[in-house]
Design a protein around this ligand. Structure first.
Ligand SMILES: Cc1cc2nc3c(=O)[nH]c(=O)nc-3n(C[C@H](O)[C@H](O)[C@H](O)COP(=O)(O)OP(=O)(O)OC[C@H]3O[C@@H](n4cnc5c(N)ncnc54)[C@H](O)[C@@H]3O)c2cc1C
Length: 464
């Protein structure tokens, strides 16, 4: 039986990164993946294909709504959805093939099949050709997550779908209902809205993106509404019935009255659940609580030598969080101090405008009773934002009122996903708001909005 220092189950941004870092550190490493392609949810049906479709649909929107403002005439606009989907698939293929190349480059042994726990230090690989077994000094579970299905509206892959199918409708649905106003629902709702669908988002809570700064979430809601998305807040879906080519979605609205929305497709995006049932965890008794694998502060499960990371464990379900945990596990196994700073994990919604945040919200600061001050600056006051035609948005910085240390930052606006990086670095380095405020930012740039917001923390904004 072949023996490895580390066997990783799952090739998402958790698993493949863990394997690469372990191999770099000299550990003999194997990776097991049950799907045909590497890269997990993120590369195949998550982060990457969604951003490809967001970009294509954004260009359609720009040509429709923005070009004329620049004096550009395009005549009758049309788009080829098949080509758009091909482009998306091409990007996914390049990246997933790239993971295969990285496995070879780092001399990681790749097993195709489902990894299952077989006993102390033993992992089985089950595939069509049978079962093989490998020996592992350490095991890292990185089996990720799958979409949550509502028991009263089961996925049928065609009319009632998860994000996987909603990334690749072969024609634009005329009427599209999205259940859940989190990142995935808003991103995919935006894609199909920009391509011409009538989109209704049904959300149980009173706002979009419940994890976000309330003012930022409200602004996002307002702008998305102006783009044509309609919202039903405080509404609970109760069922869906497919008749012919239509879906009748029933819901209990905010006045507790039953309502029906007829549509062509419905996306259920109410969250994801950890894949705790693919690897026979009970064979060795890996503990699971509230649907997630339980780990200690060093990512180890209750079974010595078995670690777990990514969507499978506590914390936000984000690709970069999975990758940071992956590196930490590999480094711990190599005798280094692996660590993840959970206070500095950015979270982004790639709508237009984008919403990005790191650290605590103002609401959380109040709740935990930390003394804080706020600096805010608006995109509309920034020259670069004006020239981009991107005046919706603001940067809000929350700093400790005594130490001035950054506690959180919230950006809604163009390129927030890129801008947040500066504030994440600031938080990693335990920067004060004044450190950001006194740093020279290129002019004209959106970065100046961050500088002005940091200056505003101590009422020093120059253009505010
Ligand atoms: C539409 C959508 C958009 C998203 N956008 C973003 C975004 O913009 N930014 C972001 O940070 N996150 C985003 N996410 C979330 C992100 O994709 C996940 O957080 C991330 O992929 C989790 O990584 P992971 O390695 O833990 O698991 P996964 O990526 O889910 O990978 C797990 C892998 O394990 C394999 N597997 C499962 N069981 C076994 C087994 N027993 N043996 C072998 N293999 C197994 C699976 O086939 C899969 O390949 C998005 C998700 C979706 C659905």
């Amino acid at each position: 039986m072949e023996s490895f220092d580390l066997v990783v189950l799952g090739s998402g941004p958790g698993g493949y990164v863990c394997a690469i870092r372990a191999a770099q550190l000299g550990l003999k490493t194997a990776l097991i993946e049950k799907d045909d392609t590497l890269g997990g949810t993120c590369l195949n049906v998550g982060c990457i294909p969604s951003k490809a479709m967001l970009e294509s649909s954004e260009l359609v929107h720009a040509a429709n709504a923005e070009f004329a403002k620049h004096g550009i005439t395009v005549g009758q606009l049309s788009f080829d959805l098949t080509k758009m989907l091909e482009r998306k698939r091409g990007i996914v293929k390049q990246l997933t093939d790239g993971i295969g190349m990285l496995m070879k480059k780092n001399e990681i042994t790749l097993f195709r099949g489902r990894g299952v726990l077989r006993g102390a230090g033993k992992v089985g690989v089950t595939s069509e050709s049978g079962i093989s077994e490998v020996q592992a000094k350490a095991i890292c579970l990185a089996m990720g997550s799958v979409p949550v299905e509502l028991p009263f509206m089961k996925f049928d892959g065609r009319f009632i779908v998860s994000s996987t199918e909603a990334l690749g409708f072969e024609s634009v649905p005329k009427r599209f209902v999205v259940v859940g106003a989190g990142a995935v629902g808003l991103e995919l709702g935006s894609v199909w809205n920009r391509l011409g669908a009538e989109v209704t988002v049904v959300e149980m809570l009173p706002n979009v993106t419940p994890f976000a700064d309330v003012a930022a979430a409200k602004m996002l809601q307002r702008v998305l509404k102006s783009q044509g998305l309609s919202f039903r807040f405080g509404a609970k879906v109760t069922g869906a019935e497919v008749t012919g080519n239509e879906v009748r979605v029933t819901l209990q609205n905010q006045d507790n009255k039953a309502e029906e929305i007829v549509c062509d497709r419905v996306l259920v995006s109410v969250g994801r659940k950890a894949c705790i049932d693919t690897a026979e965890l009970d064979v060795v008794g890996v503990a699971v609580k509230n649907g997630k694998v339980v780990i200690d502060d060093h990512f180890q499960t209750n079974v010595p030598g078995i670690y777990a990371i990514g969507d499978l464990v506590r914390g936000p379900m984000l690709a970069h969080k999975a990758s940071e945990e992956a590196v930490a596990v590999a480094e711990i196994l190599a005798g280094k101090p692996g660590h993840v700073n959970y206070n500095a994990i950015p979270n982004v919604v790639y709508t237009n405008p984008e919403l990005a945040q790191v650290g605590i919200t103002e609401e959380q600061a109040k709740e935990i009773g930390v003394p804080y001050k706020v600096g805010k600056y608006f995109y509309k006051s920034n020259g670069r934002a004006k020239s981009l035609g991107a005046e919706d948005g603001f940067v809000k910085i929350i700093a400790h009122s005594e130490t001035d240390r950054l506690l959180g930052a919230h950006i809604i606006g163009a390129r927030a996903s890129e801008l947040i990086g500066e504030l994440v670095v600031g938080m990693e380095f335990q920067a004060a708001a004044e450190d950001i405020a006194r740093t020279t930012h290129a002019h004209p740039s959106l970065g100046e909005i961050i500088k002005e917001a940091a200056l505003a923390v101590d009422k020093m904004a120059i253009h505010g």
